[in-house]
Design a protein around this ligand. Structure first.
Ligand code: FES
Length: 581
C-alpha cells in the first residue's frame, strides 16, 4: 500500500479528513482518491492542504454575479500559497428572488453551509457571500462547524445615472417609487430609472444590510484588511479574492479556527461599527444569531448604552449622502476604524493571525476625505440604532434613529391597525382609510412566525392619500424588519411578536401609543386589565405547518432577541453576554 493511502490518523488533514464510512478507513481514502483522480488530479496536488470555497454564484443572484471571477482569483491565491482549492455549491439567496422573504431561507443556508463544511474534507473554507442574508448565514454555519474560515465579500454594485442624477439601489429605488406613488413622476420616468438603479453586478450600493454585513465581517476580523469595501467589478476586489485564498492556506497551517476570532471582543467591535456606520437594523438580528452560535447572548440594553457614546461617522445613504464606492475611495474600513480606535478592542484576533490593532498600524496614516467624519464632527451624535422598551414590546424593539424624522421621535398618536400584510395591501391606499399624518400605523403578523420569516414589510408605505398631500414620514410600528436601505420613523422587531400573542396582537384602532426615542420608550396607553380581557376574548393561535421546512421553521424559530435562528442551532451552553457592561 502506498504511503498516501495508508489508514489515516484521527487528526487527519487535507483529503484524509472526514472519510466516508465504509468500515475501513484505508479503503475509504483509496476510493476517494480514485474518484478525484478521475478529474485529473495528481498525488502531489492531493497531498496539499485543502481549501474549500463556498460558491454562491447563481443566475438568481446578480449580487453574486462576479462569483466566477472571484473563485478564479481565490484559487490562484490558494495555489500560490501551496494549497489545493476545491469549490463547492451552496444555497444562494437574493433579496428580490426569495419568496416569501429571504430571511425565511437564511437558517437553511446556514445549515447547508455548516453541514457541507463538516461533510467534505477541507482544512479551511473561503465563504463567498454578499447579498443580505448570505454573509450572516455563512458566518453562522462556519461558527458552528468551527474550522478555519475566512469571509470573501462579493462587493457593491456601481452607481448609475438617471437624467444626470447619481442613483443606486436601493434607497433611490424607494425614493423614486415614493415619487411615483405620489404622482410626482410619470410611467415613462419610473421605467427609465428602473434601468439605472443597478448599474452592474454586486450588492446594493448604500448602507443597506449587505454593506452593513460586509463592514461587520471586517470588524469581526473575518475578512482580510480592506475586504469590506471594494466594488464587485474592480481590480481591488479581485486582488482581495487572491489574498483571501492565500490567507486561507496560512490559516489552515496555523489551525486558526473561527472560535479564536469570533470572541466577545470581536462582537463588541462589530456592534461599535454597526452603530457608527448607521448600519441596517437587520445587522442586530444577524449579529445576535452569529453570537448565539458561539454561546453569546446579545444584551440589547448594553447595546443601547454603547450606542449613546458611539456617533454615526459614515456619510452613506440612507443616513447620509454617499455610496459604497465612495467609502472605498475614502480608504474603506481602515479610515473608519482609525476614527473609532479609542472605542475598539484592539487586541481582537483577525484572520491574518494579527490583531485588529496590529492591522490598523500596518494600514498607515489616513488621508483627507469627506466620507468618514471625525468623532468631533459626526453625522449623528449617537449610534444609528436605539433600543426601545415598554408594555408594547416587553422583549424590546428597535428604531433606526439616524434615518428617522426628528420631529416624530417624541410622538403620541392614534393607532391605525392592519392585521397582516394582506390587510395592509388591501386598505393602505383606500380613499376612505381613516388616517392622518399624526396617527401611528401598526402592522401585525409580520414577525418570525407570523409571515413567516419576518419579512422586510416594516417599511409600511405612506397611505396614498397622505403621500399625495405631501406627507413624507409617519410613525410606523411592526414586529417585522425593514431593509437597511429604507428610512423613516419606523419601530421594528417588536418582541414578542403578535403571532405568538405578544401585546402587539391586541392593539386596536383608536388606541393611543407613545413613542419616545429620548426615553427609549414604546408604550401602548391601554391598561393591563383591558389587554388581558382582549387576550381572553380573542386568544392568538400560533401558526403551524404539517410538513417540510415550513414545519421545521415554525416549530423552532426563535424571536428577534435570539436572532431568529432555529433554537436547536444555537450553542447548547451559554458562555456570557455581549456587549459587556
Ligand atoms: Fe442583494 Fe441588495 S439585493 S444586496
Amino acid at each position: 500500500m502506498s504511503d498516501s493511502i495508508k489508514k489515516p490518523p484521527s487528526d487527519a488533514t487535507g483529503l484524509r479528513k472526514g472519510l466516508t464510512s465504509y468500515g475501513d478507513s484505508g479503503f475509504s481514502l483509496f476510493l476517494r482518491k480514485a474518484f478525484i483522480k478521475g478529474a485529473g488530479y495528481t498525488d502531489s496536488a492531493l497531498d496539499r492542504p485543502v481549501i474549500g470555497i463556498a460558491n454562491t454564484g447563481s443566475a438568481y443572484n446578480p449580487c453574486h454575479g462576479n462569483a466566477p471571477q472571484l473563485i478564479e482569483a481565490v484559487k490562484r491565491g490558494v495555489m500560490l500559497a501551496g494549497g489545493l482549492p476545491m469549490d463547492f455549491p451552496t444555497i444562494s439567496i437574493h433579496e428580490s428572488f426569495a419568496h416569501p422573504t429571504s430571511m425565511y431561507l437564511r437558517n437553511l443556508m446556514s445549515m447547508d453551509t455548516e453541514e457541507l463544511i463538516r461533510a467534505q474534507p477541507m482544512d479551511a473554507v473561503v465563504l463567498i457571500g454578499g447579498c443580505d442574508k448570505t454573509v450572516p448565514a455563512q458566518l453562522m454555519g462556519a461558527a458552528s462547524a468551527n474550522i478555519p474560515a475566512i469571509q470573501l465579500i462579493t462587493g457593491s454594485m456601481l452607481t448609475g445615472s438617471h437624467r444626470s442624477e447619481r442613483v443606486g439601489a436601493c434607497t433611490d429605488c424607494r425614493r423614486y417609487w415614493g415619487k411615483f406613488r405620489a404622482d410626482e413622476i410619470d410611467q415613462q420616468e419610473i421605467s427609465d430609472v428602473n434601468n439605472q438603479l443597478v448599474a452592474s453586478v454586486g450588492t446594493c450600493s448604500v448602507m443597506g444590510t449587505a454593506s452593513t454585513m460586509a463592514c461587520i465581517a471586517e470588524a469581526l476580523g473575518m475578512t482580510v484588511p480592506g475586504g469590506a469595501s471594494p466594488p464587485a467589478v474592480t481590480a481591488d476586489r479581485i486582488r482581495i479574492a487572491e489574498q483571501t485564498g492565500a490567507q486561507a492556506v496560512q490559516m489552515a497551517h496555523d489551525r486558526l479556527t473561527i472560535d479564536k476570532i469570533l470572541t466577545p471582543e470581536a462582537f463588541e467591535n462589530a456592534m461599535r461599527v454597526l452603530l457608527a456606520i448607521g448600519g441596517s437594523t437587520n445587522g442586530i438580528v444577524h449579529l445576535t444569531a452569529i453570537a448565539g452560535r458561539m454561546g453569546l447572548e446579545v444584551d440589547l440594553k448594553a447595546l443601547d448604552r454603547m450606542g449613546r457614546d458611539t456617533p454615526v461617522l459614515l456619510d452613506l445613504k440612507p443616513s447620509g449622502q454617499h455610496y459604497m464606492e465612495d467609502f472605498h475611495h475614502a480608504g474603506g474600513m481602515s479610515t473608519l476604524l482609525r476614527e473609532l480606535k479609542p472605542l475598539l478592542n484592539l487586541g481582537a484576533m483577525t484572520v491574518t493571525g494579527r490583531t485588529l490593532g496590529e492591522e490598523l498600524e500596518r494600514a498607515g496614516p489616513g488621508f483627507k476625505q469627506d466620507v468618514v467624519r471625525s468623532v468631533a464632527n459626526p453625522i449623528y451624535p449617537q449610534g444609528g440604532i436605539a433600543v426601545l422598551e415598554g408594555n408594547l414590546a416587553p422583549g424590546g424593539a428597535i428604531i433606526k434613529q439616524s434615518a428617522a424624522d426628528p420631529k416624530l421621535m417624541e410622538h403620541e398618536g392614534r393607532a391605525v391597525v392592519f392585521e397582516n400584510a394582506v390587510d395592509l395591501a388591501t386598505r393602505i391606499d383606500a380613499d376612505d382609510l381613516d388616517v392622518t399624518a399624526d396617527d401611528i400605523l401598526v402592522l401585525k403578523n409580520i414577525g418570525p412566525k407570523g409571515a413567516p420569516g419576518m419579512p422586510e414589510a416594516g417599511y409600511i408605505p405612506i397611505p396614498l392619500k397622505l403621500a399625495r398631500a405631501g406627507v413624507k414620514d409617519i410613525v410606523r410600528i411592526s414586529d417585522g424588519r425593514m431593509s437597511g436601505t429604507a428610512f423613516g420613523t419606523i419601530v421594528l422587531h417588536v418582541t414578542p411578536e403578535s403571532a405568538i400573542g405578544g401585546p402587539l396582537a391586541y392593539v386596536q384602532n383608536g388606541d393611543r401609543i407613545r413613542l419616545s426615542v429620548l426615553n427609549r420608550e414604546i408604550s401602548l396607553l391601554v391598561s393591563a386589565e383591558e389587554l388581558a380581557e382582549r387576550a381572553r376574548k380573542n386568544p392568538v393561535t400560533p401558526p403551524t405547518a404539517d410538513r417540510g421546512y415550513r414545519k421545521l421553521f415554525l416549530d423552532t424559530v426563535t424571536q428577534a432577541d435570539k436572532g431568529v435562528d432555529f433554537d436547536f442551532l444555537r450553542a447548547a451552553t451559554s458562555t456570557g453576554k455581549t456587549p459587556r457592561g
